[in-house]
Write a new protein. Sequence first.
Length: 267
Amino acid sequence: MIDIHSHILPGVDDGAKDMATALEMARMAVDDGIKKMIATPHLFRGSDSASGFEEIEKARKEFTEVLKENDIPLELLVGAEVHISHNLIDEIRDHRRFLVLNQSRYMFIEFPSEHVFSGAKDLVFELMTEGIIPIIAHPERNSVFRRNPNFLYELLEMGVLSQVNQGSFNGIYGTHVQEAVFRFLELGYVHFLATDCHNTWIIPPRLSEALKKAAGVIGEDSAKKLVEDNPLCVVEDKEVSYTPEPKKAEAKRKTFKIKLPSFMKKK
């Protein structure tokens, strides 16, 4: 498997706090079957962000060497999780290779959890004019997309892709997010499943459990494409091979019966 969204680089954002934590996360990822991982530190997100591109590159080099020294067979690549900002197009023109995933045509864009600004479609058009294919990071965690899936549908129809988090399947972000991730899968809105790992306990670098749950909705073959085929296309800068036909959402929300993890059950 290939994990295209992670915060494993030590000490650069709100992810791995130090090298020891990053190493333990790497071991967990390998044990779970992850062979390649793209480190995607936050950018343009305030205090949770990396301070600069040089810091990210330095952390990548140091961590790559430590992985080798510890015989951990995880191939580390680099990209970013790019928070929407007013000068994003200028940043792309000046620093494109630091913003895209593994120097490909693909780039994560992150919306605030409670907001999607009115010019989102215009931004998507501008990004594509620059040769960028936007991947929306964890749309299931955005309240606007949850309330109005057809807005997400319209962006997907423009050529945008989307990535959901493994933790969303387990309910760590709440039941509304958990319901949304299953609904988006059913509607054909999902192209990638990634860890978005930040640590070893709450948001760990594991995909296998969420993969099984996704397979229960779209089938095993299609689910594997979310963690194998499509991520490989990103790494190799090729057109994604699995693009389900998105469907418009019904006006009335569908209710999913979801088994809650034990720690979320009311006592």
